[in-house]
Write a protein that binds this ligand. Structure first.
Ligand code: GRF
Length: 194
C-alpha cells in the first residue's frame, strides 16, 4: 500500500473520484493527506466529511514558494506521503517539492497536451475551434504542464457545444481515467521505491 497526498485548489471532484476508487478497492492507496491552497475551497469540506486530514495554506502568508513548500514538505513527511497527486492544484510546483519527490508527482490536465497548457484549457480548445480535445495524465516537471505524458484520452467537441458542456464531459472522463491510471502509476512507483 502506498500513501498518497492529493493537492487541489477548488471543487475537488477528482479528489472525490480518487477517494471512491480507494474506498471500493479499485486503487491500492491510502489518501493520507489533502493539501489545499485556498482555505475556503470545496475540496476541504469533501475531505473532512470522509475523515481525511487536510493541510490548507495561503501562499500570501509566506515569503516565497520555497517557504510554503518547505512547510508542505514537513506535513507530507509527517503523513509519510510517497506520491503526490495533483488534482486541480492551481500552482506551479517548485524545486523544493520536485527534488523531494523525484518522478513522484502526477497531474491531470483537461486537454491533449502539449496543446492548450496552463489555465482555461477547455476555453482555449473551444476558442481555437478544434474538434477534438481531451485529458492528459502526466508526471510533473518544472514547467507548466510539460512533464512526461503517462496517458491521454480524447474527447470530441460537438458542433456549437458550450464550454460548460465540454467541461462536463471532460470531467466525466477525468473521473473515470485518473484512478485507473493512478493504479498503474502506483505499482510502477512502488517497484522503483522498493
Ligand atoms: C480538472 O479539470 C483538472 O483537469 C484540472 O483542474 C480541474 C479540477 O477539477 N487540473 P476538480 O477540482 O477536481 O473538480
Amino acid at each position: 500500500m502506498i500513501n498518497i497526498a492529493v493537492f487541489a485548489s477548488g471543487n475537488g471532484s477528482n479528489f472525490q473520484a480518487i477517494y471512491e476508487a480507494v474506498k471500493h478497492q479499485r486503487l491500492d492507496a491510502n489518501i493520507s493527506l489533502v493539501v489545499c491552497d485556498r482555505p475556503g475551497a470545496q475540496v476541504i469540506a469533501r475531505a473532512k466529511k470522509v475523515g481525511i486530514p487536510v493541510f490548507s495554506f495561503s501562499a500570501k502568508d509566506y515569503e516565497s514558494k520555497s517557504a510554503y513548500e518547505e512547510d508542505l514538505l514537513i506535513k507530507l513527511r509527517e503523513h509519510r506521503v510517497q506520491l503526490v497527486v495533483l488534482a486541480g492544484y492551481m500552482r506551479i510546483v517548485g524545486e523544493t517539492l520536485l527534488e523531494a519527490f523525484p518522478g513522484g508527482i502526477v497531474n491531470i490536465h483537461p486537454s491533449l497536451l502539449p496543446s492548450f497548457p496552463g489555465k482555461d484549457a477547455v476555453e482555449q480548445a473551444v476558442a481555437a475551434g478544434v474538434k477534438v480535445t481531451g485529458v492528459t495524465v502526466h508526471y510533473v516537471d518544472e514547467g507548466v504542464d510539460t512533464g512526461p505524458i503517462i496517458a491521454q484520452q480524447s474527447v470530441s467537441i460537438r458542433e456549437g457545444e458550450s464550454i460548460e458542456a465540454v467541461t462536463k464531459r471532460i470531467h466525466e472522463v477525468e473521473h473515470a481515467i485518473y484512478p485507473k491510471i493512478l493504479q498503474k502509476v502506483i505499482h510502477r512507483h512502488l517497484s522503483i521505491l522498493n
